[in-house]
Design a protein around this ligand. Structure first.
Ligand SMILES: [Zn+2]
Length: 411
């Protein structure tokens, strides 16, 4: 670990960052309370609070009742509408363009379709043009925008500037998405993998003070995950922590996966895989219940909930598909419990809204895990609500981390 010191500028930035974080997490408080909580002198707090008040980042609120000294203390709070952040979230075939205030209130959000594996320049230009149009449409003053957060599927470079592999969102690999977005929009940008961005948003909003490890599992088109240790997301040596969806579960075989291998966990357990397997098995003999309901319908419209409903009612083929999907995912998560001993596993995705699926998964996960592990396994309190906020919150988080200074961008 490098041994480096702090100069006065970085100390001040760190103190401003800590004050912003505290006010964001705990709401308004007096200067005196802020100083006590941060372990700083009242003089230091008066100085940084004065600066941030004049910048508009903070505002004064109500006065506390007079204390014994007879001096009324004025509460200070974050001024959430002082600045806003832009966000671009890129999934497969879909992107979400957003703007939000510092408290994560959404100013605008628009979901748009993007072509599969198209040239990255074309997709990026289309997204940037539309984002700039939305900014104009919503009259967002340029000076209020702190920057742009980009959440993108696949593997990003360690410096957060390049998409190493978008697993099919763009046709090319090693695309400098962050720089291109900065050039096209004129705003400084920060970038992260989409699942990490969702997890960071979950942590930002939940204010969960728990230390130790937390594991965030997202199950949508594919299966992704992210691991935090003491509140910090662990990236891994090759920026691939925690690609749980690509654990090989079928040795030397299985269906091809978007990562280029075959037999990965997500080819069995993802919602998409459940539907694919049901379509393959679909017949009067193998899936009689599904057959009776879908024989005259377009099978491409089949949803995982339809397969789950058939399995819940005893449809043999559907039961086998769901058993296999649940067992493989539970097995991978049990490995996570034994490897990382997390305090919490957070489940995120549409499948977890299905009570039958969730109870099946939780009961399978309890099998073979000893009671000494104190892991809480729970559906995210923000399930399916983070997509509109995750990318923008990357920029807000970076802004707070930087003590309320503009994002550095490429310069
Ligand atoms: Zn894979």
């Amino acid at each position: 670990m490098p041994i480096i010191g702090d100069n006065m500028v970085s100390v001040k930035r760190k103190n401003r960052s800590a004050a912003l974080r505290l006010l964001q997490e705990e709401g308004s408080m007096s200067r005196k309370r802020l100083a006590e909580k941060l372990g700083l002198t009242p003089a230091a707090i008066t100085k940084i609070a004065g600066e941030m008040l004049s910048e508009g980042l903070l505002r004064e609120g109500d006065a506390l009742p007079s204390g014994s000294a007879g001096r009324r203390e004025i509460l200070m709070e974050l001024n959430p509408h002082s600045f806003c952040a832009l966000g671009v979230l890129i999934n497969l075939r879909q992107a979400i363009l957003t703007a939000l205030w510092l408290d994560s209130t959404v100013i605008f959000s628009e979901e748009i379709s993007i072509p599969l594996s198209a040239p990255a320049d074309e997709t990026t230009e289309m997204l940037a043009d539309r984002l700039l149009a939305l900014i104009t449409q919503h009259n967002l003053p340029q000076e209020k925008v702190i920057g742009l957060g980009i959440a993108v599927r696949g593997i990003c470079s360690a410096d957060g500037r390049t998409v190493i592999d978008s697993f099919g969102a763009f046709s090319e690999k090693r695309y400098p998405l962050c720089r291109r977005m900065e050039e096209l929009t004129g705003y400084p940008a920060v970038m992260a993998n989409n699942v990490r961005a969702l997890f960071a948003a979950q942590m930002f909003l939940s204010h969960d003070p728990s230390v130790g490890a937390q594991f965030f599992l997202r199950c949508e088109y594919g299966i992704g995950a992210s691991l935090s240790v003491n509140g910090q997301i662990w990236h891994g040596v090759s920026e691939q922590c925690a690609e749980i969806g690509h654990i090989p579960v079928i040795p030397r075989g299985g269906k091809p996966c978007s990562c280029g291998k075959s037999g990965c966990l997500q080819t069995i357990s993802s919602p998409m895989a459940i539907c694919e397997d049901a379509r393959t098995a679909f017949s009067e003999e193998k899936t009689p219940l599904l057959w009776s309901r879908w024989k005259d319908r377009d099978l491409s419209a089949l949803q995982p909930e339809d397969v789950l409903e058939a399995a819940r009612n005893g449809d043999l083929g559907s039961c086998q598909i769901i058993d296999r999907a649940v067992n493989a995912l539970a097995s991978a998560l049990k490995s996570v419990i034994y490897l990382f001993d997390p305090g919490k596993i957070i489940l995120y995705g549409r499948l977890f809204e299905n009570p039958y699926y969730l109870s099946r998964l939780l009961s399978e996960m309890r099998e073979g895990v000893d009671t000494r592990h104190e892991v809480q396994i729970e559906k995210s309190a923000y399930n399916q609500q983070l997509e509109k906020r995750a990318a923008g919150l990357l920029a807000v988080d970076s802004f707070f981390r930087n003590g309320g200074e503009p994002l550095p961008g490429s310069n």
